[in-house]
Ligand binder design. Structure first.
Ligand SMILES: C[S@@+](CC[C@H](N)C(=O)[O-])C[C@H]1O[C@@H](n2cnc3c(N)ncnc32)[C@H](O)[C@@H]1O
Length: 290
C-alpha cells in the first residue's frame, strides 16, 4: 500500500493532496474571488534510474492538501465493504433530527456517507458539498448508481455541489439566510484550519450557524489536535498555517456555544464502534443545537 496516499486516522504517517480542482477560495461557484495558489502536485519524487539509459524518471505523486482523498472510504471503513460506515448506526439512533429535514453535508468527499444517511435516515433533501471537483463528480456518479440500484424515493432530493465552504470575504456572511435543519461537518475542520487558518474555521462555524433554521443542528466530528502534526508538512502554506494555529479543537465547543456563534446547547453522541475500519477514526461526534 502506498503509505503516502492514506487518509488521516491520526496514526498514519504522511499523505498527499492536490490543489487542482479546487474552487476559488471563497464560497460557491457564483462568487468571484482571487485565483488560488497553483498546486504543488508533483512533490519531490522517487527517482527511478532507467537501467540501461541512466535516465531519471519522475513519478507523479498526488497530494491531498484538503483531505480530498480519492479512496477515503476504502481506508476509513472496511476495505472489503467500504460502503459500511461505523457512524451510520449512531446517526440512525438520532434519526429524529434528520428524518424529513433539510440537510447539508460539508466536505462530503465522494458522497458515500451522505448517501447512506439519505437512504437510512430519510432527510427531506440533501446537499453535499466538497472543495474537490473530482470528488463531486464521483459523488454524482455514486448517486446515479444508487438511484438505479435501490429505486428509492430517499435519493430523489439529493444533490452534490463543488464549493469551498470557507468564504473569501467575511462580509458575505451577512447574505447568509437559514436554509437547513441539520448540517454535518465530519472530519473536515482540520483541513479547513490547515488551509484557511483559525479565521477560516471560525468563519465556517459562523456560516453553518447562520444557515441553520432556529432549532437546527450542527453535527461536528472534529479531528483531534494530535492528528494535525502529521499533516503539517504537506505544503509551505500548510506549515505556516499550522504554526499559527491557536484555536485548537478542544476550544471549539466553547466557541460554538459562546457569543460569537451562539448555539444554545450541545450533546455528545456515543463514539462509533464495531466494523472493520481503522480504530483511529473512532472520534467523538457533537450535536450543537441552534
Ligand atoms: C477527510 S474527508 C471527510 C469526508 C466525510 N465528511 C466523512 O467524514 O466521511 C474531508 C473532506 O472535506 C473536504 N474539504 C476540505 N476542505 C473543504 C472546504 N473548505 N470546503 C468544502 N470541502 C472541504 C475534502 O475535499 C474532503 O473530501
Amino acid at each position: 500500500m502506498d503509505q503516502t496516499n492514506q487518509p488521516d486516522c491520526g496514526e498514519q504517517l504522511d499523505e498527499a493532496g492536490s490543489r487542482e480542482n479546487v474552487p476559488q477560495n471563497g464560497t460557491s461557484e457564483t462568487v468571484k474571488c482571487p485565483e488560488p495558489q497553483k498546486p504543488e502536485v508533483t512533490r519531490d519524487l522517487k527517482r527511478l534510474a532507467g537501467p540501461l539509459t541512466g535516465q531519471t524518471v519522475k513519478r507523479k505523486k498526488k497530494l491531498f492538501l484538503y483531505g480530498n482523498y480519492d479512496r477515503y472510504y476504502g481506508y476509513r471503513n472496511n476495505r472489503e465493504a467500504p460502503k459500511e460506515d461505523v457512524r451510520l448506526p449512531v446517526f440512525m439512533e438520532q434519526r429524529a433530527f434528520i428524518e424529513g429535514k433539510r440537510m447539508l453535508d460539508i466536505g462530503c468527499n465522494n458522497g458515500s456517507l451522505t448517501l447512506l444517511i439519505a437512504e437510512h435516515c430519510r432527510p427531506a433533501s440533501v446537499v453535499g458539498i466538497d472543495i474537490d471537483r473530482n470528488l463531486i463528480g464521483a459523488a454524482r456518479n455514486n448517486l446515479a448508481v444508487r438511484q438505479k440500484a435501490c429505486d428509492s424515493e430517499a435519493l430523489q432530493n439529493v444533490q452534490f455541489r463543488h464549493i469551498n465552504y470557507v468564504y473569501a470575504d467575511e462580509e458575505l456572511l451577512e447574505c447568509e439566510k437559514p436554509q437547513y435543519d441539520v448540517i454535518f461537518c465530519l472530519s473536515v475542520t482540520k483541513w479547513i484550519q490547515l488551509n484557511f487558518g483559525d479565521a477560516g474555521v471560525k468563519l465556517a462555524f459562523r456560516r453553518a450557524y447562520r444557515q441553520l433554521h432556529p432549532g437546527g443542528r450542527f453535527v461536528l466530528e472534529p479531528q483531534p489536535w494530535d492528528s494535525y502534526k502529521h499533516r503539517k508538512k504537506l505544503s509551505p502554506e500548510i506549515l505556516a498555517n499550522f504554526r499559527a494555529i491557536q484555536f485548537r479543537p478542544d476550544a471549539f465547543r466553547e466557541y460554538l456555544l459562546g457569543d460569537e456563534v451562539g448555539f444554545r446547547e450541545v450533546m455528545e453522541l456515543k463514539i462509533p464502534s464495531g466494523g472493520a475500519g481503522s480504530k483511529g477514526f473512532r472520534r467523538p461526534i457533537y450535536v450543537f443545537q441552534k
